[in-house]
Design a protein around this ligand. Sequence first.
Ligand code: ASP
Length: 347
Amino acid sequence: MNRIKTQCAQYYRLAILMSGLVISCGVQAFEEEQNAQPRPIAIAIHGGAGTITKANLSAQQDLEYRAKLTEALRVGYEVLQQGKDGQHAVIAAIQIMENSELFNAGKGAVYTFAGQHELDASIMHGAQRQAGAVAGVKTIASPIKAAQAVMNHSAHVMLSGAGAEAFAKEQGLAEVDNRIFNTPRRFKALQKAKQAIEDRQTQLLEFQDYKFGTVGAVVLDQQGNLVAGTSTGGMTAKRYGRIGDSPIIGSGTFADNNSCAVSSTGHGEFFIRYQVAADICARMVYQNKTLAQAADEVVNGVLVEAQGSGGVIAIDSQGNIAMPFNTEGMYRGSIDIHGKITINIYQ
Ligand code: ASP
């Protein structure tokens, strides 16, 4: 009888051991499968908002914008696919647009009232809320690259004017003559803006026929980081060293891994006063809003009420994307977590 009891106990122990093994194999297989699953990645970009309608754009221009947006998206997305940090994807996508005369950033930057170009840019990384920005720079070929250098290689968040240019030079970034940003199209826009200001005896800020052409990118990388960046030439005919929202963290650019990443385009003064980018992310954290709700409330609620025109691109930690705007159009595009590419210009 005792022998039978001992044998039963042994079988029982063996059964427990086996089931433990089965469970731990199952867990291991599940973990391996999870690790093998590529983590979600996504990207959204904008090339400015404003009075952009089908009637305003020729078929040729329409095609050119779509092609450049597609190129910028694909280049940024490839960086994400390689598993690199999101900041590199943001830089890569924005540099494609800075190098195109189509957008009001880098090569296509608008003119100041004095006939020069003063560029602003910023970048923010959502993991530790690291950020960098340059404002009012005239000789830096790629302002977004300079903003990244400020973030990664300085003790500061924002550098401006000649100081920012000296820093960029020390960092080995390309220095250019301000005239390389001259383009006939933007020169014409300056003449038009000056005329309008004179005719209406009005301030630039009331000049309504506006096409904002700032560029920006927001991404979710494989490590779960949210990163945002924005680059601009600012507003046509700006004066007195005017700085817009684009280099201002919380206004033109914001990123926090716990909520969202946002890049703005529009009438900068309003985006500064209403802290547009940070407000969208704050609504997600403090009010449990979804990304779509939060972005829509700020762009189509708060800003519209204040009569501030423009739009944003935004992404959250799940890779959801929102791109609301309250103008006639916004150059925009995205590649979502399923790899689906979307390009749009009009409403
Ligand atoms: N937000 C930019 C600024 O006010 C302009 C733009 O978006 O095009 O400088």
